[in-house]
Design a protein around this ligand. Structure first.
Ligand code: ACO
Length: 402
């Protein structure tokens, strides 16, 4: 790859590759994907093993530092994060400035950028101590910010983190707990959410991660780069897909639950309708994460007293699509987001929070990729070229002659 780029430079040729479908912008030792075989590994470990046997903080350590932590390393990492979960008191007022119906992703990206103003003496991307403390601050404070964004949107008071709780448990209490009332964390819910965070933790050079790297390539600090990543994740073709899937399922339900008519609409490309949660730039096979999420959705929703009819609609959609030549010939399979929304809904999260949950999971991946980029001697400021299609030279026409 590096040879080709040198050759192109010398010959004055430019590659034209909209969407970077076939262009590597970096080398990376973090995540391996084989999209044809449906394989995903973090630092060599298969996603199935990590989802089953590991915890989110353990996986975060693995992504960021390259190896699974020892017992002592994990407890030090956990303890360090625990001690930084509080936001600066002044930051609490920040949340008052947004309208009640603000989308929590917009609040999250603004707040991630804003908290850096409290740490201006430790933002140097080339000072390893600054990078370590920024890493821990982000891992610790982003869940607090996410739950505050939610609390404000429903008009409830903000709670302080309870540092006797685990990472995910703390986030659940901050989100669903009420002051002066005990909050019992449901251990099944905590475990499933932890597992979903593991599944989202990294996915090599996706849109948001590439954004984090591109912004960071100008030597912007970790907070600024991650804030940009949150904004990239916001879009419905990326992290916003989990929200879009649930809205699609609800629309099908409201229209009488006729799944076949909806699939026909997608095939006819009526109003640009897509089967949200299907298709992936890299996976041309079943997304290995989707298989794990589907099983979790069946488990979590199976525990509910009243089954959610949307699960049935989702499973029918999958069955019909996987037997239909339109989807088969384009190699469109369910992606990670097809079933996650149903689990989040069962847990009590409002639809607007789904993409925020994706961001919480993806955070260690963004951090790991930013750190790898900063330490890579091959890194250059990201600066794509273009194919110019505008006018050739023309003379200025004075205003009174136009
Ligand atoms: N529903 C219907 N048709 C689809 C879908 C879909 N979900 N996805 C792709 N197609 C069709 C395209 O229209 C295209 O058809 P054509 O060749 O006849 O023109 C063909 O399949 C190839 O698709 P592309 O758009 O070229 O694929 P690309 O790699 O650019 O896009 C993407 C991938 C954005 C994920 C796309 O599949 C999509 O929009 N899916 C729905 C949104 C979604 O679920 N996003 C989440 C992605 S995963 C993530 O961020 C975690």
């Amino acid at each position: 790859g590096i040879g080709v780029s040198k050759l192109l430079k010398e010959t004055g040729l430019t590659t034209y590759d909209p969407g970077f479908v076939n262009t590597a912008a970096c080398s990376s030792a973090i995540t391996y994907i084989d999209g044809d075989a449906g394989i995903l590994r973090y630092r060599g470990y298969p996603i199935e093993q990590l989802a089953e046997k590991s915890s989110f903080l353990e996986v975060s350590y693995l992504l960021i530092y390259g190896e699974l932590p020892t017992d002592q390393q994990l407890s030090e990492f956990t303890e360090w994060i625990r001690r930084h979960s509080l936001l600066h008191e002044e930051m609490r007022r920040f949340f008052d400035g947004f309208p009640r119906d603000a989308h929590p992703m917009a609040v999250l990206s603004s707040a991630v950028s804003a908290i850096s103003t409290f740490y201006q003496d430790s933002l140097d991307p080339f000072d390893s101590e600054h990078v370590e403390i920024s890493t821990v601050r982000l891992m610790a404070k982003v869940p607090t910010i996410a739950s505050y964004a939610y609390k404000k949107s429903i008009g409830q008071p903000l709670l302080y983190p309870d540092n006797s709780l685990g990472y995910v448990e703390n986030f659940l209490r901050l989100t669903f707990g009420v002051p002066a009332e005990p909050y019992e964390v449901d251990p099944v819910m905590a475990r499933v959410l932890d597992m979903l965070f593991i599944l989202h933790a990294d996915h090599e050079q996706n849109c948001s991660t590439s954004t984090v790297r591109l912004v960071g390539s100008s030597n912007a600090n970790l907070f600024a780069s991650v804030s940009a990543g949150v904004n990239a994740l916001f879009g419905p073709l990326h992290g916003g897909a989990n929200q879009a899937v649930l809205e699609m399922l609800q629309r099908i339900q409201a229209d009488g639950g006729d799944v076949r008519t909806f699939v026909q609409k997608v095939k006819d490309r009526q109003d640009g309708v897509k089967l949200m949660g299907f298709g992936h730039r890299v996976y041309k096979n079943y997304d290995p994460r989707a298989a794990i999420v589907k099983k979790a959705a069946q488990d979590v929703l199976g525990r509910m007293a009243k089954p959610d009819p949307l699960l049935d609609i989702a499973m029918q959609l999958e069955e019909i699509a996987l037997a239909d030549d339109f989807f088969v010939s384009r190699r469109l399979y369910p992606n990670v987001d097809f079933y996650t929304g149903l689990i989040y809904k069962a847990m009590g999260f409002p639809t607007k929070m789904f993409t925020v949950l994706f961001a919480l999971g993806r955070l260690p991946g963004w951090i790991a990729q930013w750190r790898e980029m900063i330490n890579d001697p091959e890194t250059k400021i990201g600066r794509p070229r273009q194919v110019y299609t505008g006018y050739s030279e023309r003379n200025f026409v004075p205003l009174n002659e136009r």
